[in-house]
Ligand binder design. Sequence first.
Ligand code: G6P
Length: 609
Amino acid sequence: MCGIVGYIGNNDAASILISGLKKLEYRGYDSAGIAVHENSKIKIKKKKGKLDNLISEIESEIFSGKTGLGHTRWATHGKPSDSNSHPHDDYNGEIVIVHNGIIENFESLKKDLTAKGHQFKSDTDTEVVAHLISSNYEDDLKQAVEKSVQKLEGSFAMAVMAVDQDDRIIAVRKDSPLIIGIGENENFLASDIPAYLSRTNDFYILEDGELAEIRKDSIDIYSFSSGEKKEKIKTHIDWDAEMAEKQGYVHFMLKEINEQPEALKWLLQDRLKDGQIDLRDSNIDKKWLSKYSKIHIVACGTAYHSGLLAKYLYEELLQISVEVEVASEYRYRKPLADKSTLMIAVSQSGETADTLAALRLAKKKGADILAFTNSRDSSIARESDMVLYLNAGPEIAVASTKAYTNMVAAFYMLVLDGLRQKDDFSKKALKKLTDELIKLPELMRLVIDNTEEKIKKIAEKYAEKAHIFFIGRNTDYALALEGALKLKEISYIHSEAYPAGELKHGTLALVEEGVPVISIALRKRLFAKLFSNLKEVKSRGAETLLITSAGNSYDEDTVDEVVELPEVDDYFAGLLAVVPMQLLAYYTALICERDIDQPRNLAKSVTVE
Ligand code: G6P
């Protein structure tokens, strides 16, 4: 949800800002802009549309400034337009600001400022903050920002410059991420780490309520409510810049699909000791299964689908009650969370606003929080009692693939850890399941290699369809939801998932000649049931695709296409089945000529409600 960058040092700020924005475009791409200190002025250039529009706009311009800010926008207040793009200024160009988040009380602030004679050029909440800071500015930018943020309600990560102080950038954070990259005689500011990984591996991660005064050779961090100076510990990130590059793939999504076996291996190898799951690094109690009477899983989007799959497994194998809910619903309910509740908050970015709010609510009610996240030191990681890092490496494509796989695998590891604690579950059966889990990275590689060509052919047919349905039962239903989400978000083809048995209660009315129905049939005990649903749609003219494991026999007249996966315990087969669905979404979107890594209207990291 909007990407912020900043630079202060001895080099050409404009090009460094643009290179940072390129890495953050996944956060929003409605418009982009930069502001650079130039000859006693702040030069602002901003443009509606993707970053490339801005780049062509400024191609022939000469920038010489060494301090600046940049922004890529995902519109909330005010439609995407040149004037609503960031950076914003206080009309006179004296105070310049970039912002990620939502200022909830901007209308009343705007009214007060208008009454004092301020004039506005945009419809945004951000511009109001530029004016507010300007009205509090005498000769100390830090003080003016400090005073202004006390008046703000909502969420913000902001960076501010003043025309007469080109030796500093002031940054503040509340409920939206912001990190400072530490260089030599230069420092960087960004919404996310990949922006400046090519220039530094050391960062300060700002926390809520912190203000940073950044100069080229110093970084001072304060609490913006008490003014007290803080000692921060550097975070060293061992990802390299190349990990956040396309490395020859046309799209990040395809690269990330292909990285899944490796990412899964990293996740597992850290937590497998002597052939057994060892989750000590997450800080989870060795006897957590008896400590809690219920689990609440909260997440959004793809992460939610990983939790739904876990619900089926945990209730079946661990006999513990599991509720799974999208975080934006959970946070406004009165959930029955208490001391006996383990909340699992799942989030690739660790910054999703709704998931964070749901976590805070459960925490207040006494629940213990376990986070599954891919982002070290993210807000969700910091506010949780226990963290299981997903180790998927940087995920850039908006549509999540390798982070999802590792979320599901994290749930698998936790279920095995739970089974270890059950006296009535034999050690032999546990060993067998663990061995099956260990096989998954290799099998996943086989699935990618063996299904890609077939999927490309299926995609050619599907690219012309208006509606595509996915069905499944139990864990296969959770997978169907993920398959449908992947397809719709990047191909823009209407796709929906249904529990197979529910079709006849309405959706069957939409099935007619030529409508594709994709059925996921991995659970052996439910295979026959699912297959009878497939027959129902086939007899109404559907084009059927069956995704199943080798060894399940079926009537060939009912299925038009089959993707057969290597045999593995059906509790774990989901991790293999998701791969052809990701590839199907990818190749269908490719034929439809969609913007695969940055689908319209979406953003990767949703740090606003
Ligand atoms: C956005 C992204 C999805 C992601 C969801 C949750 O909608 O486009 O890919 O699944 O947010 O993100 P999180 O970072 O919390 O996993």
